[in-house]
Design a protein around this ligand. Structure first.
Ligand code: AKG
Length: 237
């Protein structure tokens, strides 16, 4: 019998994004996503029953949430991502192992996708010397989580690329200039290969998960007045 107390608990569970009834389902989804990210670097999920709140719960199961915000055009943009400008291929905050976007609203006409490019062979292609030099190139106050980031971040022997083509880099010796040039040339050569870039278009309720240390991402311009709105998570270890 549905007692008033039981009915009340049900109603609370429906309202709560991480309701205890749904937690095993979300846990299972997070396991699948983690496996896909570690195997192939990205995963698009069509799961219309997952709400934006539950998307965050999935993110929490994948790691520590470093940032949770909206990518949509703002009257006074606080970043390129919140303007109608195109975004060249880049990495987000390098301490975020995974990135995730949940489409809350897509542009009514001419849906805009997120472009992704596999750079998982960067360490072998660039070589250890270049990787080490990149880790000494400061990108001053780039306005992300860590104020002075470097073009490569080394964490416990792992190299995390931080490719931000529009940012000012401190290049105080020729070795750094050469290393950054090599990084840029590497990305250009990768992007020029046929079918290298995949454009992932999200419809409402769809999600994209990306390994930020293995893939670059970007997007084309948005239409002025676009209602496209993605909820974005940066997920650290
Ligand atoms: O709007 C998009 O599809 C990508 C946004 C982006 O580049 C970012 O979140 O850093």
């Amino acid at each position: 019998m549905n007692t008033p107390a039981r009915q009340k608990r049900h109603n609370q569970e429906d309202a709560n994004p991480g309701s205890s009834m749904r937690l095993p389902v979300l846990e299972e989804l997070a396991n699948v996503i983690r496996e896909q990210l570690e195997e192939r670097g990205w995963f698009k999920m069509r799961e219309p029953t997952v709400s934006s709140g539950e998307f965050r719960v999935i993110g929490e199961k994948l790691g520590t949430i470093l940032s949770d915000g909206k990518i949509q055009i703002l009257g006074n943009p606080v970043s390129l991502a919140t303007s109608d400008q195109p975004l060249a291929l880049h990495n987000d905050e390098p301490h975020a192992r995974y990135l995730a976007w949940y489409c809350e609203q897509q542009q009514a006409k001419d849906a805009v996708g997120t472009d992704i490019l596999d750079i998982s062979d960067f360490r072998r292609s660039l070589g250890e010397d270049v990787v080490l030099t990149l880790s000494t190139i400061v990108i001053p106050g780039s306005g992300r989580q860590h104020k002075d980031e470097t073009a490569m971040v080394l964490v416990n022997g792992e190299a995390r690329p931080n490719f931000v083509p529009w940012a000012r880099h401190t290049l105080d010796n020729p070795e750094k200039e050469r290393a950054l040039e090599a990084f840029r040339n590497y990305v250009v050569a990768k992007a020029e290969r046929p079918d290298a870039i995949t454009s992932v278009i999200l419809g409402e309720g769809e999600m994209l998960f990306l390994h930020n240390n293995r893939y670059l991402h970007g997007r084309g311009p948005l239409k002025g007045g676009s209602t496209r709105c993605l909820r974005r998570l940066w997920i650290g270890d």
